[in-house]
Design a protein around this ligand. Structure first.
Ligand code: BGC
Length: 469
């Protein structure tokens, strides 16, 4: 990206100069709570840091799980062999075959499977049977049914790990809510499903979260990578923590390791009410309509599953107050999630390019009567919701950079649809991380498919660890 393009992304902030001042005054009153000033940001940062420390204790209290991943190493170039990788976290389940030779990865073979709603909300056992049947289909279509392959399982939900291959589900998030899985060892549930079939030889070598996969894949691409971030349907981050700070360790802590990856599960930041001072009426409404009410508070402020709906509920409120759309609502606008993250990105695209084509199409598709003032307000809302998202994510990343205190450059590997498709988020993140961590050198790197490639690499690291023990 050229430097000019980057500044355009930061500078073309939509204004309200052409909107009736009476409307602007009312609009600002209703949207001011979404704006976070420096004092509030510092307060959030302090709370985040305190919660991280609490989460690392023996009987973790607080809202951040700070899950120990038991991964004490990053790829070092010695990874070899063939690995299966599974990637479960959304409606699209993937099975991959990865080949590593002298630490280099060839293009993986990948197969996608749609996870229907009845599976996502049905019985746990049936869901794992479905995963096992997908593994079977994948291996059969690649003539590999008899192969005994180590498997890396990316399971993008909060889990409590007891080792690299034992993990209990803490809670479902996003669009999943299968019965009988919370508190269970998901590796065991997958292995049981594999054994129930009796026709597969695969064996789970490692389980990981998608943030962990992103960090591992990031480190494979760039040796300065120490943070993984997902900004997709859900959100979460992980980082390299000094081992002496990690008290939540099952079994004996190996004496020869210095760092371990900690999966923060920061989507749950604020579940204990500690940052309720930033919660607006719009956030409350989005939460009330979500699948798992009163949980995953932080994620609901900005992740892809929710960010569009925040815009929608603000639009509804403004229409009810007679500030936009001639005070009229449409059935579509009243429909939960009819305004998704990709529409927010299209509106932001219009703002950056100083056009209105996308905004007009969106209003037409939503059966809304609109004029130029409405378009200006719509653009402004999408900007302030995006700006708040960037500030909240940046404050956590700035805290991590300071906490890790690494000399020199730290690369933050990022994956996720929201980050990839939002035209301004990358520029805003850079701006705010630099503001909140002024003494740190950092760079953001898109590290695509950490959930797939990272799972294969983690399985390879698990093999290496096993051999060396
Ligand atoms: C889950 C995390 C995951 C994140 C990104 C969240 O809802 O709790 O475990 O890393 O989504 O997929």
């Amino acid at each position: 990206m050229s430097p000019n393009a980057e500044s355009k992304e930061i500078e073309n902030i939509p204004g309200l100069e052409k909107v009736d001042p009476v409307k602007v005054e009312k609009y600002e009153k209703l949207t001011n709570p979404l704006k976070l000033n420096d004092e509030t940001m510092l307060k959030i940062r302090k709370i985040f840091e305190d919660e991280m420390d609490l989460g690392l204790q023996v009987n973790p209290k607080g809202c951040l799980q700070m899950a120990n991943t038991y991964i004490p190493q990053l790829p070092d170039g010695s990874e070899e062999g063939e690995y299966l990788a599974l990637d479960l976290g959304g409606t699209n389940f993937r099975v991959l075959l990865l080949k590593l030779e002298h630490g280099k990865m060839a293009d993986p073979i990948v197969k996608h499977f749609h996870v229907r709603e009845d599976i996502r909300l049905g019985k746990g056992e049936a869901m794992f049977d479905f995963l096992a049947s997908c593994i079977h289909q994948f291996l059969e279509s690649n003539n590999m049914l008899s192969r005994k392959l180590p498997l890396g399982f990316t399971f993008s939900f909060p889990m409590y790990q007891k080792s690299l291959s034992c993990a209990h589900l803490v809670s479902w998030t996003k669009s999943f809510n299968c019965e009988g899985v919370v508190d269970q060892d998901v590796v065991k549930m997958l292995n049981d499903a594999i054994h129930r079939r009796g026709d597969l030889q695969v064996e789970v070598a490692a389980i990981l979260n998608d943030t962990t996969g992103t960090l591992i894949n990031g480190a494979y691409l760039d040796g300065t990578c120490s943070i993984g971030l997902i900004l997709g349907t859900g959100s979460n981050a992980c980082y390299l923590e000094k081992v002496e700070r990690v008290k939540n360790w099952e079994g004996e802590k190996p004496s020869d390791i210095k760092e371990v990856i900690i999966d923060i599960e920061d989507g749950a930041f604020g579940d204990n009410g500690v940052i309720d001072f930033i919660k607006t009426e719009y956030d409350r409404e989005v939460d009330n309509k979500s699948l798992l009410v009163n949980s995953f508070t932080f994620e609901k402020y900005f992740a892809g599953q929710y960010i569009g709906d925040i815009v929608r509920v603000i639009l509804v409120k403004l229409a009810q107050e007679g500030i936009i759309f001639g005070g009229k609502l449409s059935t579509k606008l009243l429909t939960h999630q009819c305004f998704n993250a990709s529409l927010l990105s299209s509106v932001e695209q219009d703002s950056i390019q100083m056009t209105t084509t996308n905004c007009r199409k969106i209003c037409q598709d939503l059966d809304l009567e609109y004029d130029d003032e409405d378009i200006a307000i719509l653009k402004h809302i999408c900007y302030i919701v995006s700006d708040r998202a960037a500030k909240l994510v940046s404050i956590t990343l700035a805290s991590l950079l300071d906490r890790m205190d690494k000399p020199g450059l730290v690369t933050i590997a990022i994956d996720g649809s929201l980050y990839k498709h939002h035209p301004r988020l990358d520029a805003l993140l850079k701006k705010y991380i630099a503001k909140f961590a002024p003494n740190r050198q950092f760079c953001l790197m898109l590290a695509e498919d950490g959930s797939g490639k990272g799972a294969g690499l983690t399985a390879a690291i698990a093999q290496r660890l096993r051999k060396s023990n």
